[in-house]
Design a protein around this ligand. Structure first.
Ligand code: 3H9
Length: 708
């Protein structure tokens, strides 16, 4: 038997143990090992029953995604799990799946082919395949509705979110919840059921419902996908497959599932989402910071500033169980900040996201204070005051005097130099940027900005801490706007240029929304407040080169007091519920300004809108990558997906450019350069990779190899 699966005997019980760290994925050798173990179980007359269990932290976390990637590009053959699952299910001696950690994807499918499932309370089960752009490929869509009922099965297969063992038990997926040692509990259960006739999941049908009952379930699920997973193909395929389970016999349902699985697997969406899966894990790996770097314990924190960002960050810390002091200079601002925090939590209770008890516990962790004195004992301070260098330096000079040695001093600046801020202290090694995205308690991204003196311990701690906060931490270098905002700047610039050249606000926003962005760039501006960019532009105007075109319509809007949603008008008008209403007067006004500035008006295609905005972003991304401010192209993809609403099924902007082909992107950038001038100068890296027929992924691999 392969070393990945062990078969042992404990009196009349056979124990099949999967041992494929770190997550017991069904890599080559594991299915074969399970199959051989079933043969042994059948051969040995002493044995009456078997327990299938995972070693280490988890049951089986699914198919090996690296193998799926190879299959998608034709480099590996299909895993062929279906015959193994039939073999388990047809085994005349019952097999009990013993679940701890997670039973996901193929792992869940293995468990459902067993005759019984027992699970620790702490475990989770699910069919997350759609999050990888595929659907369950080993009869998950056929067995799950038979165990959990159609409505829950559709939800789990189409949305991909795991459920707790408790819920799985309520639904009938799990037969028994185990307290204490899993193997002991599973063996006791196995003894109870040994010798009794066991039900095969595929032969159950009492939960499959009628056509009349199911039709509205499928219609609602499809509608839900169109709203919440716009543009994705796998969730709709998953619904089709579950629907098949309710209409045709099991074997035929499996064939339909296989056909849909095989269609999804090589799709660009699946490749993109698998890239994102591994990318989210890769960003945690920093080449010059070894895994063993000591981590500074962070048990308490302080936040300076209780505005929108400070308040949100305090909530993030409190949600993660960290007691936090939140400071403001005057009572009114502090009361306002605490009031907003309470309002946000109250909304979460109203929407059913949190219970009142949970919110009370979290609120108790947030202590308002007018003085920084209490910060003397905290392990981490996050400064979130108004975005001005002088003010931030003043705060850091104070923190330097008050905070204990070794405390981490972080700034939530979105644009300012971390080195400049650190220069206000005598401990630049403890200073770092932690750039949260608004709303901080919702957005997953945390850009962690490394100053030139920031210590490895401080970086390693912040990267680790981001996980505790439920964020995806991405390490970036200290350049203006860091990675995300530096790339965003040309993206927004082009969106305003397009307006000035004759596109309407809705044309620009809808082209990018239809591409998959969560919101169009102009709607984002209205949400964030147009004065944010206006203030920054004014501060940096002295750096603009003379004779180079700059967008002006946004500044004119601010001068008119149209700052976005908060003033009831920006690029759009807003009603009392903050619903956007197109404003034809604004379009006419921009046209008039453009005509006065001598800008030719023309009809602009949706394709041009998308290319202009996205290639401006990618071109800047290529510069950042070559300058080393981002470690890898995938880091930028993860930043854009988690902080800027870029559609994950397109893999992020750099991956998207790779899929379009860098030669094509480069040619288009060259054409824009010819037409619009210096701002479109192709990034040297883009030019080189395009000419060499390479991708950003190739470049990152070359960099990685060179660093070894
Ligand atoms: C499927 O099953 C299709 C089926 O229908 C069958 C079709 C025939 N494969 O996340 P972590 C690696 S599709 C390969 O940091 P955690 C991961 O890259 C699959 N590698 O740990 C990382 O490597 P590294 C459906 C995998 O404790 C290391 O393991 N299943 C896989 O925070 C640790 O991972 C899923 O989608 C895998 N399946 O979270 C489950 N899983 O250290 C995907 C993990 O080199 N996995 N790795 O960076 C997860 O959701 C989480 O990993 C899990 C553990 C919750 C299990």
């Amino acid at each position: 038997m392969s070393g990945l699966v062990q078969f042992t005997k404990s009196k009349d019980i056979g124990v099949i143990t999967i041992n494929n760290p770190p997550v017991n994925a069904l890599s080559p050798g594991v299915p074969e090992g399970i199959s051989e173990a079933i043969d042994q179980l059948l051969k040995d007359d002493e044995l009456k029953v078997a327990v299938l269990i995972g070693s280490g932290n988890t049951f089986i976390a699914g198919a090996d995604i690296k193998e799926l990637e190879k299959m998608a590009s034709g480099k590996a053959r299909e895993a062929g799990l279906l015959p193994l699952l039939l073999k388990i299910e047809d085994c005349r001696k019952p097999v009990v799946a013993a679940i701890h950690g997670t039973a996901l994807g193929g792992g869940m499918e293995v468990a459902m082919a067993c005759h019984y499932r027992v699970a620790l309370h702490s475990s989770n089960v699910g069919q997350p395949e759609v999050q990888l752009g595929i659907i369950p490929g080993a009869a998950g869509t056929q067995r799950l509705p038979r165990l959990a009922g159609v409505a829950k099965a559709v939800e789990m297969c189409a949305e991909g979110n795991p459920i707790t063992a408790e819920e799985a038990y309520q639904l009938g997926i799990v037969d028994k919840l185990i307290d204490g040692d899993l193997l002991t509990g599973a063996m006791a259960f196995a003894r109870e059921i040994a010798g009794k006739p066991a039900l095969k999941t595929r032969e159950r049908s009492n939960k499959l419902g009628t056509r009349e009952q199911n039709a509205p379930i499928f219609a609602a699920a499809r509608e839900n996908v169109r709203k919440k997973q716009r543009g994705r193909i796998a969730p709709l395929a998953a619904i089709d497959a579950v629907e098949a389970a309710t209409k045709v016999p099991f074997e035929e349902g499996c064939q339909i599932e296989q056909k849909l699985f095989i269609e999804c697997l090589p799709s660009p969406q699946a490749k993109a989402l698998m890239h994102v899966f591994f990318g989210e894990r890769e960003v945690a790996k920093i080449p010059d910071i070894p895994k063993a770097t000591p981590i500074i314990p962070v048990k308490t924190a302080g936040v300076v500033g209780a505005g929108t960002m400070g308040g949100g960050i305090s909530m993030v810390l409190a949600n993660a169980g960290i007691p936090v002091l939140v400071n403001e200079a005057d009572q009114a601002a502090l009361d306002r900040g605490m009031g907003n925090i309470q309002k946000n939590y109250a909304n979460s209770v109203k929407r059913g996201r949190f219970t009142q008890q949970l919110v009370d516990e979290r609120l108790k962790r947030i202590q308002p204070t007018l003085s920084l004195e209490g910060f003397a004992n905290v392990d981490l301070v996050i400064e979130a005051v108004f975005e001005g260098l002088a003010l931030k330096k003043e705060v850091f000079a104070q923190l330097d005097k008050i905070c204990k040695p070794g405390a981490i001093l972080a700034s939530n600046t979105s644009t300012l130099s971390i080195d400049e801020i650190a220069s206000a202290t005598h401990r630049p090694e403890s200073v770092i940027g932690t750039h949260f995205f608004s709303p901080a308690n919702v957005m997953r991204l945390l850009e962690i900005v490394r100053g030139k003196a920031t210590s490895k311990e401080v970086i390693a701690t912040c990267m680790e801490f981001s996980k505790k906060l439920g964020k995806v931490g991405v390490l970036v270098g200290n350049c203006r706007g860091f990675v995300g905002n530096r790339m965003f700047h040309p993206y927004v610039r082009e969106s305003v240029f397009l307006l000035e050249e004759g596109a309407t606000v809705q044309e620009v926003d809808s082209a990018l929304y239809d591409f998959g962005m969560a919101m169009g760039p102009l709607a984002v501006g209205d949400l964030a407040g147009l004065d944010v960019g206006w203030r920054i532009r004014k501060e940096y105007r002295h750096l603009e080169k003379l004779g180079i075109r700059q967008p002006f319509a946004g500044d004119r809007l601010c001068e008119m007091g149209r700052l976005g949603q908060k003033t009831g008008a920006g690029w759009y008008k807003y009603d009392e519920n903050r619903r956007a209403i197109p404003d034809p007067e604004l379009t006419a006004l921009v046209r008039k300004w453009a005509a006065e500035a001598g800008i030719l008006q023309r009809r602009i295609s949706r394709e041009e809108i998308v290319d202009r905005c996205l290639y401006a972003l990618v071109n800047e991304g290529a510069r950042i990558l070559e300058e080393g401010y981002a470690l890898r192209a995938v880091d930028m993809d993860i930043i854009y997906i988690n902080g800027y609403g870029f559609p994950a099924h397109r893999g992020g902007p750099m991956w998207y450019a790779d899929t379009v082909g860098l030669k094509n992107v480069y040619n288009r950038v060259l054409a824009f350069h010819k037409q619009h001038g210096e701002l479109w100068e192709p990034a040297p890296l883009l030019k080189r990779l395009a000419e060499e027929g390479k991708t950003f992924v190739d470049y990152s691999q070359e960099q990685r190899a060179a660093a070894r």
